[in-house]
Design a protein around this ligand. Structure first.
Ligand code: AMP
Ligand code: MG
Length: 359
């Protein structure tokens, strides 16, 4: 299959007739059961008609994704929510009012309209209305319901630019809409509304604090930051190793100066052994490292910037054939947790403590 790459732009959506044509073409492909990669504000999505089980099967095949890992259904307007859910709690409407369109996914009880192929066999459905206007126009053109996981090969870092989508999906899908670099860079927050107390299953840009302002009490799935593989996460996809670069990633945690010291020591040792070493540094520490490849993920205080560049940096290490990667750790605030959650998965939970090793 020849994969077409077409440029799209939110800014020109209303004025440029070429944009209209590109969206119409993508919509037609979706309605005919084909696959379209498209930009959203979080990461690039790999879309198919969510109500067509054959399209969902194609998505799993193109990504090499385990079939028990459900897809998120993307909609473009609130009215589209009603037919796909069996119950609509009042909380869902309040969240939609506060955060849609935007980077929030809600888990609700599904109606018979949504095939089990789309929901990984579950009786619930994940729904989101993306903030990107190109994405919403495409969803409308495609029939209103687009199942879309991130547009990467399963296990790899989610794509933040069209070129990374092409790296994984070229020849496997019909078209890639190239809208440039994404804005947020980490996947949506997932909140489960099927339980008595709403629960965050995946942290993201919409934080617990923000959800609690709208809902009152909100719980967090305890598997989000834990390495205990004996406990099953409530979002099936969160149990898989994810976001992983080709090189072996190790997170070093502890006081900043100890972390720098330890990463420098390890990177020296690994370089001597013939490994190509890369370091994920922050603006505050970047000049203190001696490794051959140092990538700055942003200022520690600017977590939005860190989120935006994390996956891009992991992909760049792949491009440069880096074999051993050391990263500082990101604890603390809620966005910090979303970042750490992705880093931990990328590292297969390989974390070492700087202080302990140096004694
Ligand atoms: P991705 O599409 O790559 O962003 O991954 C979607 C995430 O949403 C995965 O971690 C899924 O396990 C999770 N998810 C999707 N649908 C459901 C659902 N019905 N219940 C719980 N988690 C879900
Ligand atoms: Mg994904």
């Amino acid at each position: 299959m020849q994969t077409k790459l077409v440029k799209v732009s939110e800014a020109k959506l209303e004025t440029d007739p070429e944009q209209g044509k590109a969206i119409e073409k993508a919509g037609q492909i979706l309605r005919e059961g084909g696959l379209v990669a498209f930009p959203t504000e979080t990461v690039y999505g790999l879309g198919g008609d969510a109500l067509n089980k054959e399209s969902s099967r194609k998505i799993y095949a193109a990504k090499g994704r385990p079939s028990d890992n459900p897809l998120i259904v993307h909609i473009a307007k609130l009215e589209a929510l009603y037919p796909i859910v069996r119950e609509l709690p009042e909380e869902a409407l309040r969240l939609a009012e506060a955060f849609w369109p935007g980077p929030l996914t809600m888990i609700l009880k599904k109606s018979a309209l949504v095939p089990k192929e789309t929901t990984g066999g579950l009786d619930t459905v994940a729904v989101r209305m993306p903030g990107d206007a190109v994405a919403r126009a495409m969803i409308e053109a495609g029939g209103g319901y687009v199942a879309a996981p991130s547009a990467n090969t399963s296990g790899k870092p989610s794509p933040t630019q069209a070129k990374y989508v092409a790296e994984d999906m070229d020849g496997k899908i019909d078209i890639i809409l190239d809208g440039g670099a994404v804005c947020i860079g980490l996947e949506s927050t997932i909140v489960d509304l099927t339980e008595e107390i709403p629960m965050i299953l995946r942290p993201g840009y919409i934080t617990k604090d923000m959800l609690e302002k709208v809902l009152g009490e909100v719980e967090v799935d305890q598997t989000i930051l834990s390495a205990d593989s004996g406990v099953k996460p409530k979002a099936p996809g969160m149990k898989y190793r994810h976001y992983a670069p080709k090189g072996e990633l190790t997170i070093v945690s502890g006081a900043a100066e100890k972390v720098v010291e330890m990463i420098n020591r390890l990177s020296g040792e690994q370089t001597k052994k013939g490994e190509k070493v890369g370091v994920i540094a922050t603006e505050e520490t970047r000049k203190q490292y001696h490794a051959p490849i140092i990538k700055c993920v942003g200022k520690r205080t600017d977590e939005d910037a860190i989120a935006r560049s994390l996956y891009t940096i992991l992909r760049e290490f792949d491009d440069e054939d880096v074999t051993a990667i050391y990263s500082e750790s990101f604890e603390g605030s809620e966005m910090g947790q979303a970042i750490m959650n992705r880093l931990l998965k990328a590292a297969g939970h390989h974390v070492i403590q700087a202080e302990e090793q140096i004694k």
